[in-house]
Write a protein that binds this ligand. Structure first.
Ligand SMILES: N[C@@H](CCC(=O)N[C@@H](CS)C(=O)NCC(=O)O)C(=O)O
Length: 206
């Protein structure tokens, strides 16, 4: 029985693809060609009523959405693969804390910039909304940089799927920022033997 992952190159399913690969889980990838930052076709709502990627169909046919939730699930489903710390430990508390922080603050800021028409009915407000989203994203990255210190990864020496998620979000930021710990963490993710090739397929040398 295999997982089925819906995504498109450069979109949030990158981290799910990386997690499935680290878990050695069999999966089938269904990739859309549309560009990140553009809405999915309405017909995709038959698969995910919220119309977003990543969408993961589990081997038993259950549908999962929300990248952070999928990562938490996969880490629990493959406890021997080192995707995340053991549930109940304080490291796991940090793992959950920063995954959720990044999901509700950083990912959401990316969406405010990319899909402003969902956040205001006033087209004249798009530019201001995007600028405020970028500022919020930058503030979030600054907070995360301190959380990752001293590194090299969020939880120390051991990379988890939270690092891959944070590195993906960090890469989506187009502004200028000094976040040396996030930079080092991202380089560690890119250098990983399994994750590196997947990264390059999605993000090239970014
Ligand atoms: N809250 C969702 C956000 C997912 C999301 O926004 N995905 C983007 C791709 S990176 C998407 O599907 N965009 C198309 C759309 O929103 O119509 C998550 O954390 O997984």
């Amino acid at each position: 029985m295999s997982y089925r992952l819906f995504n498109r190159p450069g979109s949030g399913g990158f981290v799910v693809e990386a997690a499935l690969s680290l878990a050695d889980a069999p999966f089938e990838l269904q990739e859309f060609e549309s560009k990140p930052g553009t809405p999915m076709p309405e017909s995709f709502r038959a698969t995910n009523p919220w119309g977003q990627l990543p969408t993961l169909i589990l081997p038993d046919g259950t549908t999962m959405t929300e990248a952070a939730a999928i990562l938490i699930h996969l880490a629990a489903a493959f406890p021997d693969k080192g995707l995340g710390p053991a549930p109940g430990t304080s490291a796991h508390g940090q793992f959950l804390r920063w995954l959720v922080f990044a999901s509700v603050n950083l990912y959401e800021a990316v969406l405010r910039r990319g899909y402003p028409f969902r956040y205001t009915t006033d087209p004249d407000g798009y530019a201001a909304l995007g600028a405020a989203a970028d500022a919020r994203f930058k503030d979030g990255l600054t907070v995360l940089d301190a959380a990752v210190a001293p590194g090299p990864f969020l939880l120390g020496e051991q990379m988890s799927v939270a690092d891959i998620y944070l590195a993906m979000l960090f890469t989506w930021f187009h502004g200028q920022i000094e976040t040396p710990h996030l930079e080092a963490m991202k380089n560690g993710v890119k250098a990983h033997a399994v994750v590196g090739p997947i990264w390059r397929r999605h993000f090239g040398d970014r």
